[in-house]
Design a protein around this ligand. Structure first.
Ligand code: UDP
Length: 235
């Protein structure tokens, strides 16, 4: 396989489907089936899932809640999503481990890099929960950091659009898709790819980043197989 080990970042919103909040089981199961296909094809895969479908710290912090408390609640939301994906994967026979950056030992393992790599080498899907475990960060940054730590050769950011556009394709129908661009250009033009911390981490550690549409059936499997879909951000 062109990619030995990939890290997939799914936003919480990717699990929403048509629901206003929470998890759409149809969407969850479909993504799990694609992850299973990637594993069956021989690529190791780790997941970082956001929490935006349940809770984002910055929202309640804006309404007066202490930001650290709000972000801790956000991190707990990511644990719920990781557990949901673990359940969906194990129901179709894919072995998994959820590893949390916050200690919740009755529910899942702690994140320990060497153990995470061992899980991947043993054919398990590793689900990294609770972001990096610190407030004021996002799961985008967690995805970049974990991708670097585990030596992933590709970070895939799964979104609702086909890749990176010159402008928001929903509000600007004339926006053009960039099949390839540099980290510096993504930063300079403030393109809505990932937050800047995440892009800088990828740039400084040479992790290529592919942005693609998770709602397009088969796209994840094709991206993991090395197909040039969506947008690729690299040096
Ligand atoms: N969060 C955090 N530290 C982290 C990762 C996440 O505090 O390292 C909190 C933060 O409140 C964030 C929430 O968890 O809003 C959910 O993560 P994120 O917004 O990245 O989810 P996504 O937008 O990908 O669904």
């Amino acid at each position: 396989m062109p990619h030995r080990r990939i890290l997939l970042k799914l936003s919480g919103e990717a699990l929403l489907g048509d629901s206003p909040c929470g998890i759409d089981p149809t969407v969850l199961n479909r993504i799990a089936a694609e992850v299973a296909e990637v594993v069956a094809a021989g690529t190791q895969i780790a997941l970082v899932i956001g929490g935006g479908n349940i809770f984002r710290g910055v929202g309640l912090a804006g309404a007066g809640m202490d930001r650290v408390t709000a972000d801790q609640m956000g991190m707990l939301a990511t644990v719920m999503n990781a557990l949901a994906m673990q359940d969906a994967l194990e129901r179709i026979g894919v072995p998994t481990r959820v590893m949390s950056a916050l200690k919740i030992n009755q529910v899942c393992e702690d994140y320990i890099r060497r153990r995470a790599v061992a899980h991947l080498d043993a054919g398990r899907v590793a689900l990294f929960a609770a972001g990096i475990g610190s407030p004021f960060f996002t799961t985008d940054s967690a995805a970049s950091l974990r991708a670097i730590e585990i030596g992933a050769d590709l970070l895939i950011k799964a979104t609702k659009v086909d890749g990176i556009y010159s402008a928001d394709p929903v509000t600007h129908p004339d926006a053009v898709l960039y099949p390839r661009l540099t980290y510096d250009r993504a930063l300079r033009e403030n393109l809505k790819v990932m937050d800047a911390t995440a892009i800088v981490l990828c740039r400084d550690n040479q992790v290529p980043l592919r942005v693609m549409n998770i709602y397009e059936p088969g796209a994840l499997v094709r991206a993991a197989a090395g197909e040039d879909i969506g947008s690729l951000v690299e040096s």
